[in-house]
Design a protein around this ligand. Structure first.
Ligand SMILES: NC(=O)c1ccc[n+]([C@@H]2O[C@H](COP(=O)([O-])OP(=O)(O)OC[C@H]3O[C@@H](n4cnc5c(N)ncnc54)[C@H](O)[C@@H]3O)[C@@H](O)[C@H]2O)c1
Length: 359
């Protein structure tokens, strides 16, 4: 196992992951030693750019020179590749969602337990120091009693062709079974993880609507899903995902203040002053407004500290649990399943961590 100051990682799947490669290779604790994809041209280009050897064969990522496998392939491959990597004694780092269904997540968690290795989830929103600040504000009582929250993740990627065009009829994102749903599984899962993480409380129950109103010609899953959930302790959390309309937001409302982060800008008002690592707020009646540029300037000094690939590697090297564990990933998929189940049954549903409830 790793004795050095760097975790030797093989990265499998060079789709989205290539967009974060620059930060990945620069992260303290990370030694990216192998790239793997079925697309040789992509492998060659990235290998030349970053000076990392590549392979077209997943099995080449299971050798003695590798400590951990980053599974960044399409959702339906996560279980088989993770279980194989764990059985070979590797730690595993996974893209969201952990797998299309809870039963597959369970098999990954169980394989990790058998192998005595760790599974971590890459949740890209936790790269953002501002989310860590909002979490600290909630935990520190800055908003008073937390009454309600809203997390919306949305883009028109599929409608405008990005992500789907040129990929053919069999492209995995079009298929409900391969994705584990539609927009809520692909991008809503970010809010499913982020919002309870900010609150420090899990989702207890869910009521939802889900449909494909405008994209049946493009993909099988939902293009709009909206859920009202109850967190432990009572906070009401609304979760929305759309794969056919735009605008993300994170909203937090409590008895002593609010914060609304929308499209990169933040509006915040607190009864009492707050001095954190990102924000210095006066408190009182005045709403503070931060534009995207100013927020970026405030976050910049903390970016590398919170970069998640490095945080995963350093946790494994220190013998600690990853920042987001396999159990966390499983819970997120259980909430996702409860959302789809509620939309189907019309009833309030609870997340089922056993994976036995029908989707
Ligand atoms: N965190 C985020 O913000 C974010 C964003 C996009 C995608 N994702 C996640 O990343 C994963 C991949 O999505 P994507 O957008 O990169 O998909 P993609 O279709 O754009 O790319 C997938 C890549 O995996 C390769 N691949 C397929 N089968 C393979 C195999 N058996 N062995 C090796 N390589 C294989 C493909 O050739 C392709 O290069 C998904 O789980 C997705 O949900 C996360």
């Amino acid at each position: 196992m790793p004795s050095a100051s760097k975790l030797r990682i093989a990265l499998v799947g060079l789709g989205f992951s290539r967009l974060v490669l620059k930060d990945y290779v620069a992260a303290p604790g990370v030694d990216l030693v192998r790239l793997c994809d079925l697309n040789e041209k992509r492998c060659q280009e990235l290998s030349a750019e970053y000076g990392i050897p590549y392979t077209l064969k997943f099995e080449d990522c299971l050798g003695a020179d590798i400590d951990a496998v980053d599974v960044s392939t399409p959702n339906h491959l996560h279980e088989s590749q993770s279980v194989a990597a764990l059985a070979a004694g590797k730690h595993v780092y996974l893209q969201k969602p952990m797998a299309p269904v809870v039963a597959e997540c369970r098999r990954i968690v169980e394989a990790a337990r058998r192998a005595g290795r760790s599974v971590g989830m890459f949740m890209s929103n936790l790269n953002d120091p501002l989310n860590h600040e909002l979490r600290a504000m909630i935990a520190g009582g800055a908003f008073g009693t937390l009454l309600s929250m809203r997390g919306r993740m949305a883009h028109r990627g599929a409608r405008t062709g990005w992500k789907l065009w040129g990929r053919g009829e069999d492209y995995w994102r079009r298929k409900k079974d391969l994705v584990g749903g539609g927009g809520m599984a692909l991008i809503g899962i970010h809010a499913i993880h982020l919002m309870p993480w900010l609150a420090g409380r899990p989702v207890e129950s869910v009521s939802a609507f889900s449909d494909n109103l405008a994209s049946r010609d493009l993909f099988e899953g939902d293009d709009i899903t909206s859920a009202v959930t109850r967190l432990a302790g009572g906070t009401v959390l609304a979760l929305e995902a759309s794969y056919a309309s735009e605008r993300n937001c994170t909203e937090i409302y409590g008895t002593a203040g609010y914060a609304v982060l929308e499209h990169g800008s933040l509006r915040v008002k607190l009864d009492s002053p707050w001095k954190g690592r990102v924000l210095d707020l006066p408190g009182g009646d005045q709403e503070s407004v931060f534009g995207a540029e100013e927020l970026e300037r405030l976050r910049a000094p903390l970016r590398s500290e919170f970069e998640q690939h490095g945080a995963f590697a350093r946790a494994i090297l220190a013998g600690q649990a990853p920042p987001v564990t396999g159990e966390d990933g499983l819970r997120d998929v259980a909430v996702l399943e409860a959302i789809y189940r509620s939309a189907r049954t019309g009833r309030r549903e609870t997340p089922d961590l056993s994976g036995e409830a029908a989707k």
